[in-house]
Ligand binder design. Sequence first.
Ligand SMILES: Nc1ncnc2c1ncn2[C@@H]1O[C@H](COP(=O)(O)OP(=O)(O)OP(=O)(O)O)[C@@H](O)[C@H]1O
Length: 405
Amino acid sequence: MGARSSDILCDDIFGVSPIRVQKSGNLEGMHVRKNSLRDNWDDEHGYYSKLYQSFLFISLSTFQLLLYNSSFFAFYTEYHLGEVLDGHYRITAGSGKGVFSTVVQAKDLKAGENDPEVAIKIICNEKERYKSGKREVSVLEKLSSADREDKRHCVRFISSFMYRDHLCLVLESLHMNLREVIKKFGRDIGLKLTAVRTYSKQLFIALKHLKDCSILHCDIKPDNILVNGSRNMLKLCDFGSALPAGINDITPILVSRFYRAPEIILGLPYDHSLDMWSVGCCLYELYTGKILFPGGTNNGMLWLHMELKGPFPKKMLRKGAFTTQHFDQDLNFHATDENLVKKAVNKVCMNVKPSGVGPKISSFPGEDPKMLSRFKDLLEKIFVLDPQKRLTVSQALSHPFITGK
Ligand SMILES: Nc1ncnc2c1ncn2[C@@H]1O[C@H](COP(=O)(O)OP(=O)(O)OP(=O)(O)O)[C@@H](O)[C@H]1O
């Protein structure tokens, strides 16, 4: 049906060629990623670190156990396998953990002959999270109702209910997220280009759907892209940060940092092109197994953007609400990021020579050179610093890397 069967692919294309494993055998990227990801979660602007979260979880669970004797649905959710939620869904397994939610697999006891497997996102019991959970429900409803045939690669919304003061979202059940896919099947050095191409096309279809529905996802990253069991079909998930297009509340912390477009960091108006930037970062990561912009701060991110693409257009800098945090009055970059200062990156560095994406992408024996050069061209056009000149989703869908023509 629709997206589920539109790209029947042999399993092999989602593997990694043995030659690539040999070539990059030191797994250097794996080390970088582990450190960098922890850093990304523990954002300077208020995300909880996993450690803090676990500590809170343990303390609060114990506290609640003492308080309510048998209660286990604390601020951070714990669940029992076999527990039936809302008299309707029996929990069969854990599935994932976000910063403010727990996702479990469950069996729909009223499904009859239909597929009984669902995923339930249990939002943590806190006022702000409840509100953002309700917003996520309305975004999911809009996306699902505008895609009756299930062809647009956004996770299907089934229903929602309250359970012990927790908002629970019932979603179609998928298999694993792309971060896990890269780790398991790309062995930290990336996936085959044919697989990246299939995933690219599906991600662009999802972006097109978002555009048609006037929604900005605002948190696209490998963790928020799920694949089915045979890994030939992906879907965008986690619409908890999504915004209606055109709202434009300027904030420097929208989108997870590594995937954050420069216009967000500079405080410029933003639109659908911010999601295109994040998708570009994901595609690079899928092919190389490495994070393209692992900046420790927004200032570090801007430096990495300029290393890749050269100086920002002055016109763009002049309009940014946060430009003065990163540039002096002559619009020369001012490095404040600890790592840049340690590395003695010049305070004034407008002459930075861009490397471009091409040299960062190795060609591997067995990859079609024409397809690879088209992939590089696609990324180069996505990573345009000026959001108004960045590749649009319609241009992406008709790019030769996607169409093969
Ligand atoms: N429909 C689903 N099927 C299977 N697994 C899922 C599903 N939805 C989410 N997950 C798993 O749970 C994880 C967390 O989900 P999600 O990103 O929606 O939660 P979150 O609390 O909004 O996350 P965060 O705020 O940390 O980005 C995902 O990365 C994925 O591994």
